[in-house]
Design a protein around this ligand. Structure first.
Ligand SMILES: [Zn+2]
Length: 251
């Protein structure tokens, strides 16, 4: 694959002034669908049962003076901060961890299901997914659910309230059509009602071996029906999730 960047395109998103897509010398387009992690803006909610609140933060542990004249920073973050991938063990005790997952899950065909018509607490149905991607998907593909809600991500209760959820028949549709990954650009965890393990969209997918990829954004920049997703986790052992840099390649 020739991914040399020949020209920068300045498709500036609401998130930052960095470009969100690039054209390569081979004519391929790289679209960044990751959420920006900025310690001054990125906040996550801390729920009942957490041992501690751990917000994304960067700490300088060595300044330039001294030693080799280098600066060294460390990050405080949940493995679920920003764009990331959840392994089955996130929800299933004894389930596969990140290091158990085959890398080909993270590089391959993907389709964008346009579900922008689904508002807060509305179910995304099998029919919605079928209508949007039924003609384009291939078995093993990754499906990226597009609502554009993360265009205005702030982690607030209002942001959460705007999110639809994946209805049970859509979870089954994904399983029956052998989809491997479901990506979200909206708050992804719960169905309406009390916070209950049985109401958790992520659990329903992970229990079926379908990997979840939350905190995506910029899906509106994808113009092709079928694209290649590249979204590799860090090579960490014994963890249930990993940050990723998720990009889409358009031919
Ligand atoms: Zn997660």
């Amino acid at each position: 694959m020739n991914l040399e960047v020949s020209e920068r395109r300045h498709d500036v998103t609401e998130q930052s002034e960095h470009p969100s897509s690039w054209a390569t010398s081979s004519g391929r387009k790289i679209i960044d669908i990751s959420l920006e992690l900025d310690a001054t803006k990125f906040r996550m909610r801390t729920y009942e049962g957490f041992k501690k609140d751990m917000q994304f933060d960067i700490e300088v542990i060595k300044e330039y003076p001294g030693g080799l004249g280098q600066i060294v920073r460390g990050a405080h973050m949940r493995l679920h901060a920003g764009t990331h991938v959840d392994a089955p063990s996130h929800m299933v005790q004894g389930g596969k961890q990140i290091h158990d997952l085959a890398l080909d899950l993270f590089i391959g065909g993907a389709v964008v299901a346009d579900v922008r018509h689904r508002g807060g607490k509305e179910g995304i149905t099998a029919d919605d997914v079928e209508k949007s991607v039924g003609r384009h998907y291939q078995r093993g593909d990754r499906v990226l659910l597009r609502t554009d809600i993360n265009k205005e991500y702030d982690g607030s209760p209002e942001w959460m309230a705007r999110a639809p959820y994946v209805a049970d028949d859509a979870v089954l549709w994904c399983a029956e059509h052998s989809l491997s990954v479901v990506g979200f650009d909206f708050y992804h965890a719960n169905e309406p009602g009390p916070m209950d393990p049985e109401n958790c969209t992520t659990r329903k997918l992970l229990e079926r071996g379908i990997i979840t990829m939350p905190y995506l954004t910029n899906l509106w920049s994808i113009t092709k029906a079928r694209v290649t997703l590249v979204s590799l986790p860090l090579k960490m052992k014994h963890v249930e999730a990993s940050p990723i840099r998720a990009v889409v390649l358009e031919e």
